[in-house]
Design a protein around this ligand. Structure first.
Ligand SMILES: Nc1nc2c(ncn2[C@@H]2O[C@H](COP(=O)(O)OP(=O)(O)OP(=O)(O)O)[C@@H](O)[C@H]2O)c(=O)[nH]1
Ligand SMILES: [Mg+2]
Length: 453
Protein backbone atom coordinates (compact mmCIF):
# COMPACT_ATOMS: atom_id res chain seq x y z
CA UNK A 1 0.00 0.00 0.00
CA UNK A 2 1.43 3.34 -0.87
CA UNK A 3 1.05 5.98 1.79
CA UNK A 4 -0.57 9.18 0.81
CA UNK A 5 -1.29 12.50 2.43
CA UNK A 6 -4.92 11.94 1.47
CA UNK A 7 -5.28 8.79 3.54
CA UNK A 8 -7.40 8.90 6.63
CA UNK A 9 -5.13 7.97 9.50
CA UNK A 10 -5.55 6.90 13.08
CA UNK A 11 -3.37 6.56 16.18
CA UNK A 12 -3.58 6.09 19.88
CA UNK A 13 -2.51 9.48 21.22
CA UNK A 14 -2.10 8.47 24.85
CA UNK A 15 0.59 6.06 26.06
CA UNK A 16 -0.33 2.39 25.61
CA UNK A 17 -1.19 0.59 28.82
CA UNK A 18 -3.77 0.66 31.54
CA UNK A 19 -5.15 4.14 32.19
CA UNK A 20 -8.32 5.94 33.13
CA UNK A 21 -8.86 7.16 29.59
CA UNK A 22 -7.31 6.41 26.22
CA UNK A 23 -7.55 8.87 23.35
CA UNK A 24 -7.76 7.62 19.79
CA UNK A 25 -7.36 10.23 17.14
CA UNK A 26 -8.36 10.07 13.48
CA UNK A 27 -7.85 12.63 10.79
CA UNK A 28 -8.74 12.78 7.12
CA UNK A 29 -11.67 12.78 4.84
CA UNK A 30 -13.28 9.51 5.88
CA UNK A 31 -13.00 10.00 9.62
CA UNK A 32 -16.58 10.96 10.30
CA UNK A 33 -18.15 8.41 8.00
CA UNK A 34 -16.15 5.52 9.44
CA UNK A 35 -16.81 6.47 13.01
CA UNK A 36 -20.52 6.74 12.41
CA UNK A 37 -20.50 3.05 11.48
CA UNK A 38 -19.55 2.07 15.01
CA UNK A 39 -20.71 5.01 17.10
CA UNK A 40 -24.19 5.57 18.36
CA UNK A 41 -25.05 9.01 19.65
CA UNK A 42 -25.26 12.53 18.33
CA UNK A 43 -22.15 14.05 16.74
CA UNK A 44 -21.85 17.83 16.71
CA UNK A 45 -18.73 19.64 15.66
CA UNK A 46 -17.03 21.60 18.41
CA UNK A 47 -19.18 19.99 21.11
CA UNK A 48 -18.51 17.34 23.70
CA UNK A 49 -20.42 14.34 22.39
CA UNK A 50 -21.27 11.37 24.49
CA UNK A 51 -22.25 7.96 23.12
CA UNK A 52 -21.28 4.36 22.59
CA UNK A 53 -18.86 2.51 20.42
CA UNK A 54 -20.38 -0.80 19.40
CA UNK A 55 -17.82 -3.18 18.06
CA UNK A 56 -19.15 -6.67 18.06
CA UNK A 57 -22.36 -8.01 19.37
CA UNK A 58 -22.25 -7.45 23.14
CA UNK A 59 -19.00 -5.56 23.07
CA UNK A 60 -19.35 -1.82 23.54
CA UNK A 61 -17.75 1.00 25.39
CA UNK A 62 -19.12 4.29 26.55
CA UNK A 63 -17.06 7.12 25.10
CA UNK A 64 -16.66 10.84 24.73
CA UNK A 65 -16.28 11.97 21.16
CA UNK A 66 -14.94 15.27 19.89
CA UNK A 67 -15.41 16.28 16.29
CA UNK A 68 -13.30 19.09 14.84
CA UNK A 69 -14.63 20.03 11.46
CA UNK A 70 -12.22 20.97 8.70
CA UNK A 71 -10.50 23.45 8.67
CA UNK A 72 -10.89 24.16 12.39
CA UNK A 73 -8.82 21.33 13.68
CA UNK A 74 -5.24 20.57 14.66
CA UNK A 75 -4.45 19.10 11.25
CA UNK A 76 -6.73 21.37 9.24
CA UNK A 77 -8.67 18.30 8.13
CA UNK A 78 -11.68 16.65 9.70
CA UNK A 79 -10.43 15.30 13.01
CA UNK A 80 -12.08 13.08 15.57
CA UNK A 81 -11.00 12.16 19.07
CA UNK A 82 -12.56 9.24 20.84
CA UNK A 83 -11.98 9.02 24.57
CA UNK A 84 -12.47 5.41 25.58
CA UNK A 85 -11.82 3.65 28.85
CA UNK A 86 -8.11 3.01 29.08
CA UNK A 87 -8.04 -0.70 28.41
CA UNK A 88 -5.88 -1.79 25.52
CA UNK A 89 -8.31 -4.52 24.48
CA UNK A 90 -10.91 -1.86 23.78
CA UNK A 91 -8.40 0.34 22.00
CA UNK A 92 -7.07 -2.51 19.88
CA UNK A 93 -10.56 -3.55 18.93
CA UNK A 94 -11.45 -0.08 17.71
CA UNK A 95 -8.17 0.27 15.83
CA UNK A 96 -8.58 -3.14 14.22
CA UNK A 97 -12.03 -2.21 13.00
CA UNK A 98 -10.80 1.07 11.52
CA UNK A 99 -7.84 -0.65 9.82
CA UNK A 100 -10.22 -3.14 8.26
CA UNK A 101 -12.11 -0.20 6.77
CA UNK A 102 -9.05 1.20 5.03
CA UNK A 103 -7.97 3.71 7.63
CA UNK A 104 -4.27 3.34 8.19
CA UNK A 105 -2.03 3.70 11.22
CA UNK A 106 -0.48 7.16 11.38
CA UNK A 107 3.28 7.43 11.04
CA UNK A 108 5.23 9.20 13.79
CA UNK A 109 4.51 12.91 13.63
CA UNK A 110 2.04 12.53 10.80
CA UNK A 111 -0.70 14.57 12.46
CA UNK A 112 1.70 17.45 12.96
CA UNK A 113 3.11 17.05 9.46
CA UNK A 114 -0.40 17.53 8.12
CA UNK A 115 -0.86 20.55 10.38
CA UNK A 116 2.28 21.97 8.76
CA UNK A 117 1.24 21.11 5.22
CA UNK A 118 -2.17 22.69 5.82
CA UNK A 119 -0.64 25.91 7.10
CA UNK A 120 -1.60 25.45 10.75
CA UNK A 121 1.97 25.94 11.93
CA UNK A 122 5.44 26.45 10.52
CA UNK A 123 8.42 24.15 10.97
CA UNK A 124 9.85 26.03 13.95
CA UNK A 125 6.52 25.67 15.72
CA UNK A 126 6.29 21.99 14.82
CA UNK A 127 9.75 21.40 16.23
CA UNK A 128 8.85 23.39 19.34
CA UNK A 129 5.84 21.19 19.87
CA UNK A 130 7.96 18.07 19.89
CA UNK A 131 10.49 19.66 22.24
CA UNK A 132 7.64 20.71 24.52
CA UNK A 133 6.66 17.09 24.90
CA UNK A 134 10.18 15.75 25.23
CA UNK A 135 11.78 18.41 27.38
CA UNK A 136 12.77 17.19 30.80
CA UNK A 137 13.28 20.65 32.29
CA UNK A 138 10.93 23.49 33.13
CA UNK A 139 13.11 25.98 31.27
CA UNK A 140 12.88 23.77 28.18
CA UNK A 141 9.10 23.65 28.41
CA UNK A 142 8.89 27.42 28.82
CA UNK A 143 11.06 28.05 25.79
CA UNK A 144 9.29 25.48 23.59
CA UNK A 145 5.96 26.95 24.51
CA UNK A 146 7.05 30.44 23.55
CA UNK A 147 8.33 29.10 20.20
CA UNK A 148 5.10 27.19 19.71
CA UNK A 149 3.25 30.46 20.13
CA UNK A 150 5.37 31.90 17.34
CA UNK A 151 8.09 33.71 19.30
CA UNK A 152 10.98 32.75 17.08
CA UNK A 153 8.92 32.48 13.89
CA UNK A 154 7.88 36.10 14.18
CA UNK A 155 11.46 37.18 14.59
CA UNK A 156 12.59 35.10 11.62
CA UNK A 157 9.81 36.60 9.54
CA UNK A 158 11.07 40.08 10.45
CA UNK A 159 14.54 39.08 9.29
CA UNK A 160 13.07 37.76 6.08
CA UNK A 161 11.31 41.04 5.45
CA UNK A 162 14.48 43.01 5.89
CA UNK A 163 16.25 40.64 3.50
CA UNK A 164 13.46 41.25 0.97
CA UNK A 165 14.10 44.97 1.22
CA UNK A 166 17.82 44.44 0.60
CA UNK A 167 17.00 42.27 -2.35
CA UNK A 168 14.56 44.70 -3.90
CA UNK A 169 17.11 47.51 -3.67
CA UNK A 170 19.90 45.56 -5.23
CA UNK A 171 17.73 43.96 -7.91
CA UNK A 172 16.26 47.31 -8.93
CA UNK A 173 19.77 48.50 -9.47
CA UNK A 174 20.63 45.49 -11.61
CA UNK A 175 17.41 45.59 -13.65
CA UNK A 176 17.37 49.30 -14.39
CA UNK A 177 20.98 50.37 -14.51
CA UNK A 178 20.08 53.37 -16.69
CA UNK A 179 17.84 54.84 -14.06
CA UNK A 180 20.82 55.13 -11.86
CA UNK A 181 19.00 54.08 -8.69
CA UNK A 182 21.61 54.71 -6.07
CA UNK A 183 21.59 52.11 -3.31
CA UNK A 184 22.06 53.40 0.18
CA UNK A 185 25.04 51.14 0.82
CA UNK A 186 25.45 52.36 4.34
CA UNK A 187 22.04 51.19 5.39
CA UNK A 188 22.47 48.04 3.28
CA UNK A 189 25.61 47.13 5.21
CA UNK A 190 23.98 48.01 8.47
CA UNK A 191 21.10 45.64 7.87
CA UNK A 192 23.35 42.76 6.84
CA UNK A 193 25.52 43.35 9.88
CA UNK A 194 22.52 43.42 12.15
CA UNK A 195 21.36 40.06 10.80
CA UNK A 196 24.84 38.64 11.19
CA UNK A 197 25.13 39.79 14.79
CA UNK A 198 21.70 38.52 15.72
CA UNK A 199 22.60 35.13 14.29
CA UNK A 200 25.90 34.99 16.15
CA UNK A 201 24.12 35.74 19.40
CA UNK A 202 21.71 32.91 18.80
CA UNK A 203 24.52 30.51 17.94
CA UNK A 204 26.49 31.43 21.05
CA UNK A 205 23.53 30.74 23.27
CA UNK A 206 22.75 27.53 21.44
CA UNK A 207 25.68 25.74 23.07
CA UNK A 208 23.41 25.45 26.07
CA UNK A 209 20.46 23.99 24.27
CA UNK A 210 21.16 20.39 25.30
CA UNK A 211 21.47 21.19 28.97
CA UNK A 212 18.50 23.52 28.71
CA UNK A 213 16.24 20.69 27.63
CA UNK A 214 17.89 17.84 29.48
CA UNK A 215 19.21 19.46 32.65
CA UNK A 216 22.76 20.26 33.67
CA UNK A 217 25.23 17.47 34.26
CA UNK A 218 26.96 17.69 37.63
CA UNK A 219 29.86 15.41 38.41
CA UNK A 220 30.63 14.33 41.94
CA UNK A 221 34.39 13.88 42.06
CA UNK A 222 36.87 13.13 44.81
CA UNK A 223 39.20 10.44 46.03
CA UNK A 224 37.84 7.12 47.27
CA UNK A 225 35.73 6.94 50.42
CA UNK A 226 35.08 10.67 50.90
CA UNK A 227 31.32 10.18 50.61
CA UNK A 228 30.50 10.82 46.94
CA UNK A 229 27.89 8.08 46.73
CA UNK A 230 26.48 9.13 50.09
CA UNK A 231 26.01 12.63 48.65
CA UNK A 232 24.19 11.26 45.61
CA UNK A 233 21.91 9.31 47.94
CA UNK A 234 21.29 12.43 50.00
CA UNK A 235 20.24 14.30 46.86
CA UNK A 236 17.73 11.69 45.78
CA UNK A 237 16.67 10.87 49.34
CA UNK A 238 17.05 7.17 48.87
CA UNK A 239 19.76 4.59 48.78
CA UNK A 240 20.53 4.63 45.09
CA UNK A 241 24.27 4.14 45.22
CA UNK A 242 26.02 1.55 47.31
CA UNK A 243 27.92 3.03 50.18
CA UNK A 244 30.55 1.26 52.24
CA UNK A 245 33.42 2.01 54.52
CA UNK A 246 35.81 0.44 52.00
CA UNK A 247 37.45 2.64 49.41
CA UNK A 248 36.74 1.73 45.81
CA UNK A 249 33.08 0.92 46.35
CA UNK A 250 31.81 2.67 43.24
CA UNK A 251 33.24 0.95 40.18
CA UNK A 252 31.09 2.42 37.47
CA UNK A 253 29.26 5.69 37.29
CA UNK A 254 25.67 6.27 38.33
CA UNK A 255 23.47 9.01 36.99
CA UNK A 256 20.50 10.34 38.91
CA UNK A 257 18.12 13.06 37.94
CA UNK A 258 17.10 15.56 40.58
CA UNK A 259 14.73 18.46 40.29
CA UNK A 260 15.12 21.25 42.80
CA UNK A 261 13.28 24.58 42.68
CA UNK A 262 12.16 23.78 39.12
CA UNK A 263 15.73 23.22 37.93
CA UNK A 264 16.83 19.84 36.69
CA UNK A 265 20.26 18.35 37.32
CA UNK A 266 21.77 15.04 36.30
CA UNK A 267 24.09 14.19 39.14
CA UNK A 268 26.77 11.68 38.18
CA UNK A 269 28.58 9.74 40.88
CA UNK A 270 31.85 8.45 39.53
CA UNK A 271 34.45 6.06 40.86
CA UNK A 272 37.19 7.61 42.98
CA UNK A 273 39.76 8.75 40.44
CA UNK A 274 43.09 8.43 42.12
CA UNK A 275 45.33 5.56 41.13
CA UNK A 276 45.64 2.80 43.66
CA UNK A 277 46.84 -0.75 43.44
CA UNK A 278 46.46 -2.30 40.09
CA UNK A 279 43.01 -3.71 40.35
CA UNK A 280 41.62 -4.17 36.88
CA UNK A 281 37.95 -3.51 37.52
CA UNK A 282 38.68 -0.43 39.54
CA UNK A 283 41.10 0.76 36.89
CA UNK A 284 38.43 0.52 34.21
CA UNK A 285 36.05 2.42 36.47
CA UNK A 286 38.66 5.14 36.82
CA UNK A 287 39.15 5.34 33.06
CA UNK A 288 35.43 5.84 32.53
CA UNK A 289 35.33 8.44 35.27
CA UNK A 290 38.14 10.39 33.69
CA UNK A 291 36.30 10.40 30.39
CA UNK A 292 33.15 11.76 32.02
CA UNK A 293 35.23 14.41 33.72
CA UNK A 294 36.69 15.43 30.40
CA UNK A 295 33.26 15.95 28.89
CA UNK A 296 31.68 17.90 31.72
CA UNK A 297 32.37 21.16 33.43
CA UNK A 298 30.33 21.30 36.60
CA UNK A 299 32.05 19.57 39.47
CA UNK A 300 31.25 18.93 43.10
CA UNK A 301 34.68 18.21 44.54
CA UNK A 302 34.21 16.20 47.72
CA UNK A 303 36.76 16.04 50.53
CA UNK A 304 36.59 14.22 53.85
CA UNK A 305 36.85 17.18 56.23
CA UNK A 306 37.16 14.91 59.26
CA UNK A 307 40.38 13.48 57.87
CA UNK A 308 41.84 16.56 56.27
CA UNK A 309 43.51 17.04 52.95
CA UNK A 310 46.26 14.84 51.55
CA UNK A 311 48.15 14.52 48.29
CA UNK A 312 45.46 12.22 46.88
CA UNK A 313 42.97 15.08 47.10
CA UNK A 314 45.45 17.29 45.27
CA UNK A 315 45.87 14.71 42.55
CA UNK A 316 42.10 14.82 41.98
CA UNK A 317 42.17 18.61 42.06
CA UNK A 318 44.84 18.62 39.35
CA UNK A 319 42.51 16.68 37.08
CA UNK A 320 39.59 19.06 37.51
CA UNK A 321 41.31 22.44 37.73
CA UNK A 322 39.84 24.95 35.32
CA UNK A 323 36.32 23.61 35.66
CA UNK A 324 33.45 25.08 37.64
CA UNK A 325 34.11 23.55 41.03
CA UNK A 326 32.16 23.74 44.26
CA UNK A 327 34.31 22.34 47.07
CA UNK A 328 32.28 20.12 49.37
CA UNK A 329 33.76 19.52 52.83
CA UNK A 330 31.97 16.36 53.89
CA UNK A 331 31.58 14.43 57.14
CA UNK A 332 31.49 17.52 59.36
CA UNK A 333 29.33 15.55 61.79
CA UNK A 334 32.54 13.75 62.77
CA UNK A 335 34.24 17.07 63.41
CA UNK A 336 36.36 18.96 60.94
CA UNK A 337 40.12 19.31 60.80
CA UNK A 338 40.06 21.73 57.92
CA UNK A 339 38.69 25.25 58.08
CA UNK A 340 36.89 26.81 55.15
CA UNK A 341 39.44 29.57 54.98
CA UNK A 342 42.28 27.08 54.90
CA UNK A 343 40.57 25.13 52.12
CA UNK A 344 40.18 28.34 50.16
CA UNK A 345 43.94 28.80 50.19
CA UNK A 346 44.65 25.20 49.26
CA UNK A 347 42.20 25.18 46.35
CA UNK A 348 42.16 28.74 45.10
CA UNK A 349 40.30 28.00 41.86
CA UNK A 350 37.07 26.76 43.39
CA UNK A 351 33.97 28.92 43.01
CA UNK A 352 32.66 28.28 46.48
CA UNK A 353 33.04 26.06 49.53
CA UNK A 354 30.37 24.37 51.60
CA UNK A 355 30.46 22.16 54.68
CA UNK A 356 28.01 19.27 54.73
CA UNK A 357 27.25 15.90 56.16
CA UNK A 358 26.04 13.61 53.40
CA UNK A 359 25.27 10.84 55.83
CA UNK A 360 23.10 12.99 58.08
CA UNK A 361 21.80 15.17 55.22
CA UNK A 362 23.06 18.38 56.70
CA UNK A 363 23.30 21.46 54.43
CA UNK A 364 22.15 19.56 51.36
CA UNK A 365 19.56 22.21 50.39
CA UNK A 366 22.21 24.91 50.80
CA UNK A 367 24.45 22.96 48.43
CA UNK A 368 21.59 22.65 45.93
CA UNK A 369 21.04 26.41 46.10
CA UNK A 370 24.69 26.93 45.27
CA UNK A 371 24.39 24.51 42.35
CA UNK A 372 21.52 26.54 40.97
CA UNK A 373 23.48 29.72 41.45
CA UNK A 374 26.64 28.51 39.73
CA UNK A 375 25.41 25.91 37.26
CA UNK A 376 22.02 27.06 36.07
CA UNK A 377 21.67 27.82 32.44
CA UNK A 378 23.26 30.86 30.97
CA UNK A 379 20.80 31.00 28.16
CA UNK A 380 19.89 34.58 28.98
CA UNK A 381 22.62 35.73 26.64
CA UNK A 382 20.04 35.84 23.89
CA UNK A 383 16.27 35.75 23.85
CA UNK A 384 16.41 32.97 21.32
CA UNK A 385 18.41 29.83 20.80
CA UNK A 386 18.50 27.25 18.06
CA UNK A 387 16.36 24.51 19.44
CA UNK A 388 17.31 21.73 17.06
CA UNK A 389 20.36 20.73 15.05
CA UNK A 390 18.48 21.66 11.90
CA UNK A 391 17.94 25.20 13.16
CA UNK A 392 21.53 25.44 14.33
CA UNK A 393 22.84 24.47 10.92
CA UNK A 394 20.62 26.98 9.15
CA UNK A 395 21.66 29.78 11.50
CA UNK A 396 25.30 28.94 10.80
CA UNK A 397 24.65 29.16 7.10
CA UNK A 398 22.81 32.43 7.52
CA UNK A 399 25.75 33.89 9.41
CA UNK A 400 28.23 32.65 6.78
CA UNK A 401 26.16 34.07 3.96
CA UNK A 402 25.81 37.46 5.67
CA UNK A 403 29.58 37.51 6.16
CA UNK A 404 30.09 36.77 2.49
CA UNK A 405 27.86 39.66 1.50
CA UNK A 406 29.80 42.06 3.72
CA UNK A 407 33.15 40.81 2.53
CA UNK A 408 32.33 40.93 -1.15
CA UNK A 409 30.77 44.34 -0.84
CA UNK A 410 33.99 45.57 0.70
CA UNK A 411 35.94 44.08 -2.21
CA UNK A 412 33.60 45.80 -4.69
CA UNK A 413 32.19 42.65 -6.21
CA UNK A 414 29.54 43.05 -8.88
CA UNK A 415 26.03 43.62 -7.65
CA UNK A 416 24.77 40.47 -9.32
CA UNK A 417 27.11 38.43 -7.15
CA UNK A 418 26.00 40.23 -4.00
CA UNK A 419 22.42 39.64 -5.04
CA UNK A 420 23.01 35.91 -5.30
CA UNK A 421 24.23 35.80 -1.70
CA UNK A 422 21.31 37.86 -0.48
CA UNK A 423 18.96 35.49 -2.31
CA UNK A 424 20.66 32.61 -0.52
CA UNK A 425 20.06 34.39 2.80
CA UNK A 426 16.41 34.58 1.91
CA UNK A 427 16.29 30.87 1.04
CA UNK A 428 17.93 29.91 4.34
CA UNK A 429 15.44 31.94 6.35
CA UNK A 430 12.57 30.41 4.39
CA UNK A 431 13.89 26.95 5.11
CA UNK A 432 13.89 27.77 8.81
CA UNK A 433 10.16 28.32 8.93
CA UNK A 434 9.42 25.88 6.13
CA UNK A 435 8.25 28.42 3.56
CA UNK A 436 10.41 26.30 1.31
CA UNK A 437 11.03 22.66 2.08
CA UNK A 438 11.52 19.30 0.50
CA UNK A 439 10.18 15.88 1.36
CA UNK A 440 13.53 14.73 2.80
CA UNK A 441 13.54 17.51 5.35
CA UNK A 442 10.00 16.80 6.43
CA UNK A 443 10.83 13.13 6.70
CA UNK A 444 13.83 13.93 8.86
CA UNK A 445 11.89 16.22 11.17
CA UNK A 446 8.69 14.31 11.62
CA UNK A 447 9.99 10.75 11.74
CA UNK A 448 11.55 11.46 15.15
CA UNK A 449 8.22 12.63 16.56
CA UNK A 450 6.04 10.72 18.96
CA UNK A 451 3.44 8.41 17.44
CA UNK A 452 0.00 9.90 17.57
CA UNK A 453 1.38 13.43 17.54
N1 LIG B 1 30.11 10.27 59.54
C1 LIG B 1 29.92 10.37 58.22
N2 LIG B 1 30.22 9.35 57.42
C2 LIG B 1 30.02 9.49 56.09
C3 LIG B 1 29.49 10.68 55.54
N3 LIG B 1 29.42 10.53 54.20
C4 LIG B 1 29.85 9.28 53.94
N4 LIG B 1 30.23 8.66 55.05
C5 LIG B 1 30.77 7.30 55.20
O1 LIG B 1 31.97 7.20 54.44
C6 LIG B 1 32.10 5.91 53.84
C7 LIG B 1 32.30 6.04 52.34
O2 LIG B 1 31.13 6.62 51.77
P1 LIG B 1 30.79 6.47 50.22
O3 LIG B 1 29.61 7.33 49.98
O4 LIG B 1 30.73 5.04 49.84
O5 LIG B 1 32.10 7.13 49.61
P2 LIG B 1 32.56 7.24 48.07
O6 LIG B 1 33.28 8.51 47.95
O7 LIG B 1 31.41 6.98 47.19
O8 LIG B 1 33.60 6.04 47.98
P3 LIG B 1 34.08 5.24 46.68
O9 LIG B 1 32.89 4.83 45.91
O10 LIG B 1 34.81 4.09 47.27
O11 LIG B 1 34.99 6.15 45.93
C8 LIG B 1 30.84 5.15 54.24
O12 LIG B 1 31.10 4.36 55.36
C9 LIG B 1 29.85 6.26 54.57
O13 LIG B 1 28.85 5.86 55.48
C10 LIG B 1 29.17 11.76 56.43
O14 LIG B 1 28.69 12.84 56.06
N5 LIG B 1 29.41 11.55 57.76
MG1 LIG C 1 31.03 5.63 45.77
Amino acid sequence: MSLSEQDTIVALSTPPGMSAIAVIRLTGENSLERIKEIYSGKIEAGKVNHGFINLEKDFSDEVVLLYFKKPNSYTGEDLIEIHTHGNMLIVENILRYLYSKGIRAALPGEFTKRAFLNGKMDLIQAEALEMLIKSSTYDGIKLSFSYLKGGLSKKVEEIRESILVLLSQIEANIDFPDYDVEIDWKSFNKTVKRIKEWTIKILNSSHFSNSLFEGQNIIVAGKANVGKSSLLNAFVQEERALVSEYPGTTRDFLRERIVYRNKAFNVIDIAGIEERENRLLEKRGIERSLKILEENDNILFVIDASEGVDERDFSVYDKIKGKKIILVLNKIDKGSVIEKREAEKLFPEVLDIIEISAKFEKNIDELLDKMIFYYSNEKNKSDFIAMTERQKELFYRLKDEAERVLEKKKLNYEEEILAEHVREMKRIVEKLTGKIYDEDILEKIFSSFCIGK
